[in-house]
Design a protein around this ligand. Structure first.
Ligand code: NAG
Ligand code: NAG
Ligand code: NAG
Ligand code: NAG
Ligand code: NAG
Length: 307
């Protein structure tokens, strides 16, 4: 029989190694919280942790709770363009048009054509901690005047009160970073962090990311917007490669100036209607890929609840 003291000593190294490795892993997992924007490593790390079982063990993440096939919950997140500044209702933004398109209720006018409603889903429910607009199903997470980093901060606070993950997220952010000239070279990387934060919380959700809408009558802002938008496809591709359910949409492709803009940064009713047609395109693509189908994946998702 070995002396107790000697045996303990032989295990000391393991304990120290385990402590060091745990500390290292904890630091890595907390990195997005401690230092938003710290490196391209974050999304790879999330993919790794998700592959091991899904979700960051240090962050409470939410499973999707599907009520019925054909029912979908949507989280519209972003800034004043998400809540619909200057649109009729007031403030229905793109959300009412999109709701009508998705449920087959009302057509909208886009580029030289009427986009007919398709009844892609039977019931659409918007989620989020705020409400605005003249219709009852008007929840959203549009944070007026806020930059990407602040939108992420406010999302992290709000999500604590979400009962479940939405089926899909509609994300457009960055207009205020551009307007206020906030560390623009790193603005796309902050958008990447916000996307990652969404996937941390909602590992199985479809995230549709929009490039920024056009700028009217301000060449400086237009230049900044173009630089920002040019970086967005790479952010999306990097996350597609991790097999995340992510799709990019491009509002500039359908906007016509000046009448689709109400002011420098905010769409008019016509512009918001076109935004709805682009979100519809993204959601249709996600549906065609089977990302909203009920299946093994979803049973799996509802089994994961470490609340
Ligand atoms: C689908 O959503 C609608 C509207 O929220 C609700 O009335 C209906 O019960 C849902 N269907 C199922 C099967 O949960
Ligand atoms: C709500 O606003 C829309 C414009 O987006 C308008 O067409 C509609 O008549 C309004 N509905 C009510 C009940 O006020
Ligand atoms: C829309 O119509 C105008 C005028 O006929 C034409 O110049 C433009 O190319 C059309 N746009 C698209 C996207 O078809
Ligand atoms: C363009 O927008 C920036 C930021 O809001 C502002 O400082 C600048 O004065 C604007 N330029 C013009 C020509 O309106
Ligand atoms: C988005 O659309 C605009 C206008 O058509 C185009 O210039 C830009 O290249 C498009 N962006 C992407 C990523 O395709």
């Amino acid at each position: 029989m070995q002396p107790f003291g000697k045996r303990l000593r032989s295990y000391d190294g393991y304990y120290i190694a385990i402590a060091l490795v745990s500390t290292f892993l904890c630091c890595l997992l907390l990195l997005p919280k401690i230092c938003p924007g710290c490196g391209p490593g974050t999304s790879t790390l999330i993919a790794f942790v998700n592959a091991l079982g899904g979700g960051n063990p240090l962050i409470r993440y939410l499973p999707i709770q599907r009520t019925a096939p054909g029912n979908i919950t949507l989280l519209a997140i972003g800034d004043s363009i998400t809540f619909g500044l200057w649109s009729s209702g007031p403030f229905n933004g793109y959300r009412l048009c999109l709701l009508n398109l998705l449920t087959g209720t009302e057509p909208v006018w886009s580029v030289n054509q009427t986009v007919s409603p398709d009844a892609l889903f039977q019931h659409v429910t918007y989620v989020g901690s705020s409400r605005i607009g003249n219709f009852s199903n008007n929840r959203h997470q549009g944070e007026g005047g806020e930059t990407i980093a602040r939108i992420q901060y406010l999302f992290e606070r709000a999500v604590e009160n979400y009962g479940a993950a939405p089926d899909a997220v509609l994300l457009m952010a960055g207009a205020n970073d551009i307007n206020e000239d906030v560390d623009l070279p790193r603005a796309p990387s902050r958008l990447g962090d916000l996307i990652d934060a969404l996937f941390w919380r909602f590992p199985r959700t479809v995230v549709i990311v929009s490039e920024l809408t056009p700028v009217k009558n301000n060449a400086t802002l237009e230049r900044r917007k173009i630089a920002f938008n040019e970086a967005v496809p790479a952010l999306i591709e990097a996350r597609e490669r991790l097999n995340w359910k992510i799709i990019g949409v491009n509002m500039s492709a359908v906007f016509e100036l000046p009448h689709d803009m109400a002011d420098t940064l905010h769409p008019s009713d016509a512009g918001y209607a076109k935004m709805a047609t682009e979100w519809l395109r993204g959601l249709t693509e996600a549906k065609d890929r089977g990302w909203f189908d009920w299946g093994a994946d979803d049973e799996d998702a509802s089994a994961i609840d470490d609340g």
